[in-house]
Design a protein around this ligand. Structure first.
Ligand SMILES: [Zn+2]
Length: 170
């Protein structure tokens, strides 16, 4: 006798029920957004070590893929990356007062170099660190004096005790 009303109703009920459930879940998620986020964070913290180890293992096993991805990203965003690094240098130059620590002259940003006062505290060369997050870069820069190239050269001559110890003539 074709489709019986009860079957028809059943089908409709299922579809309606599914939609109702979806709407209810969506409303629940919106209403309890913060609590859900808290639970998600707690779960992450609880399993943090496992998650991080798994991520690191994946990175170790996919070095080539990662390199390829990074190279592609760099090629595509070359200008933006350079712009960001230039911005970091300009910001440092501003932070250091835009003048050489020794001769007190102001120069074009390209003239400035960052000299580590205490070599053993140096973790990296500033000119190679512009790609780092600002906080890390700034933390390292605080160990340095900003000098013009000329004064920087003299600092190193002084550090050698005015002697020609290196093979180059200075
Ligand atoms: Zn100078």
């Amino acid at each position: 006798m074709g489709i019986t009303p009860s079957v028809k109703t059943g089908v409709r009920h299922t579809e309606e029920y599914k939609q109702e459930k979806k709407d209810y879940q969506k409303a629940y998620r919106i209403k309890n957004k913060e609590a859900i986020e808290e639970r998600r964070k707690a779960r992450y913290l609880e399993k943090r070590d496992i998650i991080l180890a798994r991520t690191q293992a994946w990175r170790d096993n996919n070095r080539d893929r990662l390199k390829e991805y990074n190279d592609k990203y760099k090629a595509k965003n070359r200008e933006a990356i350079l712009e960001r690094e230039r911005g970091h240098k300009l910001k440092l130059v501003q932070c250091f007062g835009n003048k050489c620590e020794d001769c007190l002259e102001g120069f074009h940003p390209a003239v400035y170099e960052f000299h580590h006062r205490i070599p053993k505290f140096k973790t990296g060369t500033i000119s190679k660190m512009y790609k780092l997050p600002w906080k890390e870069l700034y933390k390292e820069a605080l160990k340095t004096d900003m000098l013009c190239r000329n004064c920087h050269c003299y600092r190193h001559i002084e550090m050698r005790g005015h002697k020609h110890e290196s093979k180059t003539i200075d």
